[in-house]
Design a protein around this ligand. Structure first.
Ligand SMILES: *[C@@H]1O[C@H](CO)[C@@H](O)[C@H](O)[C@H]1NC(C)=O
Ligand SMILES: *[C@@H]1O[C@H](CO)[C@@H](O)[C@H](O)[C@H]1NC(C)=O
Ligand SMILES: *[C@@H]1O[C@H](CO)[C@@H](O)[C@H](O)[C@H]1NC(C)=O
Ligand SMILES: *[C@@H]1O[C@H](CO)[C@@H](O)[C@H](O)[C@H]1NC(C)=O
Ligand SMILES: *[C@@H]1O[C@H](CO)[C@@H](O)[C@H](O)[C@H]1NC(C)=O
Ligand SMILES: CC(=O)N[C@H]1CO[C@H](CO)[C@@H](O)[C@@H]1O
Length: 189
């Protein structure tokens, strides 16, 4: 009888223990599946963060490129605008009131060229030097020089349009200069 009771008790204890072990296992499985779920999520989030970081870097690159491009375009626009203004202002010199003419106003045409016969204002008592005259030509029209006389007809045209002076305080410079005893035209001939 005593032995039977002891045996029953043992069986009851073993059954209880094995039941609670089974519960424990189920709980363990549940927990480990949650852990792996969390690990999955962590991995996914890590990947996502890397992707976003790359995307951000790419966008920053793109933004820098666009800023550069914008900067370049603004620069080009300003340069173009400047060129346009220069062309307009130069064209308007030759085309007053939208009527284009060969020579600037005050200049006279002869054959393929335009000529300016320039008199210093009467109040000035000094001559321009030859060099000052040459650079004055350039300021009046960037394509002009002191005159080079190539033909008798051109010489006659010039002769017919200059005032004649008979004193040392008046005269005209032409594009010929004495360079170490050699007479040289401004074009090097
Ligand atoms: C973990 O993620 C993979 C895909 O990345 C998926 O196939 C798997 O079922 C996920 N595991 C869990 C426990 O969610
Ligand atoms: C950003 O641009 C530089 C050069 O412009 C390049 O070397 C680099 O790889 C780019 N980075 C990304 C993330 O695109
Ligand atoms: C932008 O321009 C600067 C110099 O103007 C240069 O150093 C830089 O590399 C350029 N960046 C890109 C993304 O082209
Ligand atoms: C171009 O230049 C002119 C004069 O310098 C200025 O009035 C005009 O606003 C400029 N245009 C642009 C688009 O910058
Ligand atoms: C030309 O210049 C030289 C000095 O360079 C001078 O000796 C010479 O007399 C000048 N000739 C004339 C024709 O003026
Ligand atoms: C080539 C030329 O004639 N350039 C001139 C155009 O006009 C601007 C301003 O009016 C001058 O500075 C340039 O020399």
């Amino acid at each position: 009888m005593c032995l039977c009771v002891l045996l029953l008790g043992c069986i009851a204890v073993i059954t209880y223990l094995s039941l609670s072990l089974t519960n424990q296992n189920a709980e363990n499985r549940r927990l480990s599946s949650r852990v792996s779920l969390l690990q999955n999520s962590t991995e996914f989030l890590t990947q996502e963060r890397e992707r976003l970081q790359q995307e951000t870097a790419r966008l920053e690159n793109q933004t820098a490129k666009l800023q550069n491009l914008t900067h370049d375009l603004i620069h080009q626009r300003d340069q173009f605008n400047w060129t346009l203004q220069v062309i307009k202002s130069n064209v308007s010199k030759f085309c007053p009131n939208n009527r284009c003419q060969r020579c600037l106003s005050g200049w006279l045409p002869f054959e393929d060229s335009c000529y300016l016969f320039y008199d210093e204002p009467s109040q000035s008592k000094t001559w321009k030097t030859w060099d000052e005259s040459q650079s004055y030509c350039r300021t009046e029209n960037p394509f002009s020089d002191l005159v080079i006389i190539d033909s008798l007809q051109e010489q006659k045209f010039i002769h017919d349009h200059i005032k004649n002076y008979y004193d040392e305080w008046h005269g005209f410079w032409i594009g010929l200069s004495n360079q170490s005893n050699i007479w040289v035209w401004v074009d090097g001939q």
